[in-house]
Design a protein around this ligand. Structure first.
Ligand code: 13P
Length: 250
């Protein structure tokens, strides 16, 4: 019912040439995958080059963040229309690295979500708890606040295109994946909350991705969970062989 989606977040890795070479490999192994979506989020500077390589493939592109304004005095930002002109159809928003390192708060993330939607970009809206919050049994409370604030003002219609990514911060780049049971429990909680906020039909159709040390050897069991609809992959998306295995999950 929900079409699986695997997204690769390259973070601040790859020169334009390296991006070009990596996407050429990934494009080959993604060819012919008809029952799932694949999205790549290279650094902004490589978006256009990557989009040229992918022009006749089904692989889609995302930026790693996006501003809420179309243009203006926002040094260092990139606008929704700019990323669209470079070939992106989606934007990662609210990644924990933006929240933690660059102090983006829920209000700013909400503006980015609404801005992306206004200009027709799919938000890949990220949430996740720290290890301290999990150990303090605050996971659900933290995620609920992130969702309610981050998705404030999103219409039911726009929620139908939005993707949620649950990325527990303690699992990002640590090699310590959430167990399939831990991830499923949180995904079910998120879906229930989305049903309360947007209605059951939307909640049943929204794709919820898991992110945090997704690798070739754990993707199959994660994808087998009823509420896990895809993965947001960091480190393993920088290696064509491992990303190809992940997008070909069984
Ligand atoms: P890793 O897959 O490297 O843990 O990164 C996850 C992530 O942050 C994707 O956005």
């Amino acid at each position: 019912m929900r079409r699986p989606l695997i997204a690769g977040n390259w973070k601040m890795h790859t020169s334009i040439l390296e991006a070009y070479l990596l996407v050429a490999e990934i494009g080959k192994c993604a060819a012919g995958l008809k029952d799932r979506d694949v999205i790549l989020a290279p650094p902004n500077i490589a978006l256009n080059a990557v989009s040229r390589v992918l022009h006749d493939s089904d692989v889609l592109l995302a930026s790693q963040n996006v501003c809420w304004e179309e243009e203006g005095a926002f040094t260092g930002e990139i606008s929704p229309t700019m990323v669209k002109s470079a070939g992106a159809v989606a934007s990662i928003i609210g990644h924990s690295e933006r929240r933690q390192i660059f102090h983006e708060d829920d209000e700013m993330i909400n503006k980015r979500v609404l801005g992306a939607l206004k200009f027709g970009l799919i938000p890949l809206f990220c949430i996740g708890e720290t290890l301290e919050e999990r150990e303090g049994e605050k996971t659900f409370e933290v995620l609920e606040a992130q969702i309610r604030k981050g998705l404030a003002g999103v219409s039911v219609e726009d929620m139908a295109t939005t993707v949620v990514a649950y990325e527990p911060i303690w699992a990002i780049g640590t090699g310590k994946t959430a167990t399939k049971e831990q991830a499923q429990e949180v995904h079910a909680f998120i879906r229930k909350l989305l049903a309360e906020m947007f209605g059951k039909a939307i909640a049943d159709s929204v794709r919820i991705l898991y992110g945090g040390s997704v690798k070739p050897d754990n993707v199959d069991e994660l994808m087998a969970q009823p509420d896990i609809d895809g993965a947001l992959v960091g480190g393993a998306a920088l290696n064509a062989e491992s990303f190809c295995r992940i997008i070909n999950f069984k």
